[in-house]
Design a protein around this ligand. Sequence first.
Ligand SMILES: Nc1ncnc2c1ncn2[C@@H]1O[C@H](COP(=O)(O)OP(=O)(O)OP(=O)(O)O)[C@@H](O)[C@H]1O
Ligand SMILES: [Mg+2]
Length: 442
Amino acid sequence: MHLRKENILIVDDDVNILELLQRHLQSWNYHVFKAVSVKEAVTILSDSKIHLLITDLKMPEIDGFELIKFVSEHYPKLPKLVVTGYPSVQDSLTIIKSGAVDYLTKPFTKEELNLAIKKSIIPFEDNTIVHKKHLDGKNETYGDIIGNSVKINEVIQVIERVKNNKATIFIKGESGTGKELVARAIHYQGKFSRAPFIAVNCGAIPENLLESELFGYTKGAFTGAEQSRDGFFQAADGGTIFLDEIGDASLAVQSRLLRVLQEKEVVKVGAQKAVKIDVRIIAATNSNLRTMIAKQTFREDLYYRLTVVEINVAPLRERKEDITLLVDKFLVKYGLEYKDRYLKITPEALTILERYDWPGNIRELENIIQRAVIMSDKMVDIEHLPEHLKYNLKMSSTVLQPLKEIEKQYIKKVLRSTDNNKTKAAEILGIDRKTIRQKLSE
Ligand SMILES: Nc1ncnc2c1ncn2[C@@H]1O[C@H](COP(=O)(O)OP(=O)(O)OP(=O)(O)O)[C@@H](O)[C@H]1O
Ligand SMILES: [Mg+2]
């Protein structure tokens, strides 16, 4: 009998279920860790390398959702399988959104369990290997970043250089190029990975709340501030704070950020005293901060503090070599999700994907593969790709124009075809509505 290498952690407050699961898992030669509470599970996770987490949802004290949240933050690569009584529609949605690979409803058969485990573990088999080597010795994945192009390898080299120190990092790139993925890789590949990674979308928080959300506030600082509270900066202490869409921060927030960067301390809203913090700051944007500086909507001094290390994430059209690898990854991901198996793609369809310009970058590619997998039964073929990909192919090969212009015209075309419905157009293009507006005004 050979011992499988996978360690599986099972968490359930019902010891009978634990025993049952253990018996099944051991019969398939998995190594089993058991925990009767979330607290115990957290300890085991920090001590041992776990390859799959199987957890119940309803548990006294801290429930399974909390554990899933914790694991997604601290062990983002660990696959999660949920075992639960009949979940409500709301709960099953939450489970899926939480990033759990699958869920099993009790009671389940041994066969169902086996299938769910295989499905959860197989796509993640290479998790323990951070760099999967190509035959030519180059990387094709780094953390969750897929790619083997010169541009992606340049990015990975910078990540390698900065991941173990706390220098401030600025990530630039078009929408959907993977800026957040790069930020997460810096944190999770480095030696501070066990400390929190806190992502803040500066554009999504109302301007008047951003300050108190970031820095916290004291009791009585404003009406409604009934007690003192920490902000994201305090929460990220020891780890990384990711300030996404930094261009959307108001001038007031900018001047406070400048102080954090200069003094390495934060002052809560309403407080006098500053508190020292130890946080790596990563900022990102897809807007042009230099133009904003010229218009005096972004502070130049802050800009220079933020750009200690700059990472440029190239648009997909400048690293088309990565398309095959990315397509493959999304075919596995969505094949397993919708069809329970891995779908292949025809060379003709792949050629179309390789010729397209990808204004919405990797996010757009992912959306298109997701849709194609849903639409196809056997292989993904040309007919499963949206019309505009094929159309774009003809246009870009006959008319020689600057890329920006073609992009603009194309966005207008999609807008026309959706009767000016920006939300719909954004969905098709795989970019957000703000980016559409931006690109049209460029
Ligand atoms: N190199 C890559 N390998 C695998 N997946 C990727 C890669 N780059 C991006 N993705 C995926 O594409 C999607 C968009 O990436 P991400 O959210 O990091 O983009 P972004 O640059 O932050 O975009 P935005 O400016 O719109 O916020 C995500 O689902 C991400 O996982
Ligand atoms: Mg982003």
